[in-house]
Design a protein around this ligand. Structure first.
Ligand SMILES: Cc1cc2nc3c(=O)[nH]c(=O)nc-3n(C[C@H](O)[C@H](O)[C@H](O)COP(=O)(O)OP(=O)(O)OC[C@H]3O[C@@H](n4cnc5c(N)ncnc54)[C@H](O)[C@@H]3O)c2cc1C
Length: 509
């Protein structure tokens, strides 16, 4: 059977699912192949950040997810004596993106909700039980061949192919790109537990940096707890990857078969790897296919979902004929430096906890406690701006994440993206940015679906919690051109410079 699609996606983990939704919502024909007939049931991600919440909002899944998540703003790292080595987060309800800084959830639940959303889109088709085994590029298309278990074979012709096919990516292999490895590798037993009774866990999320058994203790979403236990040098993988071992290690936390259900357990080797090129011709990689990191910053899936948001709006522009194909190269140049920082952060955190040697651990404790006293954080959790790409080079705030917060327009109250809209948005608290665009620029801006938003006391859009007023004051600018993925394309100190931002966008596209 041969079909055609705008985009073929290989792999239907969270990254492939989100990409299918973001493209399907824009009306593009998306064909997904997933090797396994059933969803992957094992424990993995439990945390996403505020930016990812905004991305999931754009995919229409934050509402159905609501009963399955809980915020957890503080994340502590303690030594065996209970002293705090590191502390991340602030006890605030909302963040830059209008959602909690940190949200805890269960990955199989998120995948179920993403799947329901993707399948509800008429232009998305998902074929489970088909493994992609060959890729070829011909006359402006790529051909994808997928084989089913019963000998069935599918062929799809697509303009673009995105490998969201995980750590051992077939698509990455076909692209022939370098796969770098930082050499970080530790084995951990990961256990998801459903306690029979409600218990208060204080702190909710923390790491026990005890050389006798480095341990992660975090929420796994409402009603669930996650433990991760590092393999000690004298243990074998088989000893660790055993249900009896899981119960033995959980007993130290008063978790037993009579007061809890062990939902699943698995041993993972945490690694730090990345591909140095994410597009070659008609092929792309995204998510774990493009990068791997240890889970200590809770950023592996988050990074993949950022990839999908970045790539989706660029594929939209190119497929709709509104941008040249070269724009697609900015996917790697923007995302790779961002991901490299996230990998380095995850490894730096890993080097704090993955210490089974008591002498090394006690030297670490002394150093980190002294640094905490001097208020020096040895590890910064700040994520950087995007690398160079589809940005107004040199403009203030270009490549930084922009604010989203509560607004009201014509009696409708909600988060900005839901009330005002998504896409390229010119935002100013000082007046209507549309007034700064001449007729050709206004026509161009309209052709890319641009939106002008005057948010403030005198504007049609009320800034309900002064979040926009604060952001603009803190950054010393009067107008921002926001991209569809929520990042700042560029900003300017005067409202009448809005035209130069739109002109720079026209030039780049
Ligand atoms: C213990 C643990 C804890 C974690 N905690 C966090 C966390 O708190 N926060 C966070 O952000 N991240 C976390 N992560 C990372 C996160 O789980 C992954 O980054 C995420 O699942 C990657 O999603 P993906 O869609 O890129 O890849 P995957 O989920 O691996 O999906 C890839 C899919 O592609 C399919 N596939 C592969 N090859 C083919 C082929 N040839 N044809 C068809 N289909 C194919 C596979 O079957 C699979 O379904 C954690 C990971 C682990 C292991």
């Amino acid at each position: 059977m041969s079909e055609s699609a705008d985009v073929a996606i290989v792999g239907y983990g969270p990254v492939g699912q989100l990409l299918a939704i973001l493209l399907g919502q824009r009306g593009f024909r998306v064909h997904v192949f997933e090797r396994w007939p059933e969803p992957y049931p094992l424990p993995r991600a439990v945390h996403f950040d505020h930016e990812v919440a905004r991305i999931l909002q754009s995919a229409g899944v934050m509402a159905p997810l609501a009963g399955h998540t809980e915020p957890a703003p503080i994340y502590e790292w303690r030594n065996a004596a209970g002293e705090v080595l590191l502390r991340f987060g602030r006890d605030t309800e909302r963040s830059l993106s209008g959602w909690p800084e940190s949200t805890m959830f269960c990955q199989p639940t998120l995948e179920r909700i993403l799947d329901e959303r993707a399948r509800a889109l008429p232009s998305v088709s998902v074929e489970r039980g088909f493994e992609v085994t060959a890729l070829a590029e011909t006359d402006g298309h790529a051909e994808v061949v997928a084989d089913g278990a019963d000998g069935a074979r599918r062929r799809v012709r697509a303009r673009w192919v995105v490998g969201c096919d995980g750590a051992n990516s077939f698509v990455r292999e076909q692209m022939g790109v370098a796969w770098h490895d930082l050499g970080f590798a530790f084995d951990w037993l990961v256990v998801d537990v459903v306690p029979a009774e409600r218990r208060t866990w204080e702190p909710v999320n923390w790491q026990l940096c005890d050389p006798a058994r480095p341990t992660t203790l975090v929420s796994g979403g409402p009603g669930r707890r996650r433990w991760e236990f590092m393999r000690l040098p004298h243990e074998t993988l088989d000893e660790l990857n055993d249900e009896a071992t899981a119960w033995r290690l959980l007993a130290a936390w008063d978790v037993r078969p009579d007061n809890a259900r062990l939902e699943r357990h698995a041993v993972y080797t945490f690694r730090a790897r990345w591909a140095d090129v994410w597009r070659r011709g008609r092929l792309f990689v995204a998510g774990d296919a493009a990068h791997l990191m240890p889970p200590f910053a809770g950023q592996g899936m988050c990074s993949g979902l950022r990839d999908a948001a970045n790539l989706a709006f660029k594929l939209d522009l190119v497929l709709a004929g509104r941008a040249r194909e070269g724009v697609l190269d900015t996917y790697t140049s923007e995302r790779l430096p961002h991901v490299r920082t996230t990998i380095d952060l995850s490894v730096a955190l890993g080097r704090v906890i993955c210490v089974p040697d008591p002498a090394e651990a006690s030297a670490r404790d002394r150093r980190m406690i002294a640094e905490a006293r001097e208020r020096k954080s040895p590890v910064s959790a700040e994520l950087p701006p995007l690398g160079p790409g589809l940005l107004a080079a040199g403009a203030p705030s270009a490549g930084r994440l922009f604010v989203q917060d509560r607004v009201r327009r014509s009696g409708t109250t909600g988060l900005f993206d839901d009330v005002v809209g998504r896409g390229f948005v010119l935002v100013s608290p000082h007046g209507d940015p549309a007034a700064a665009l001449d007729a050709p620029l206004a026509a161009f801006f309209e052709s890319v679906g641009g939106i002008c938003a005057h948010v403030g006391p005198d504007g049609p859009i009320a800034d309900l919690d002064d979040a926009y007023a604060r952001w603009f004051a803190a950054h010393g600018v009067a107008v921002v051109l926001q991209r569809p993925d929520g990042y700042v394309f560029g900003a300017a100190p005067r409202l009448d410079e809005a035209g130069s931002l739109v002109a720079a966008l026209r030039e780049q596209l």
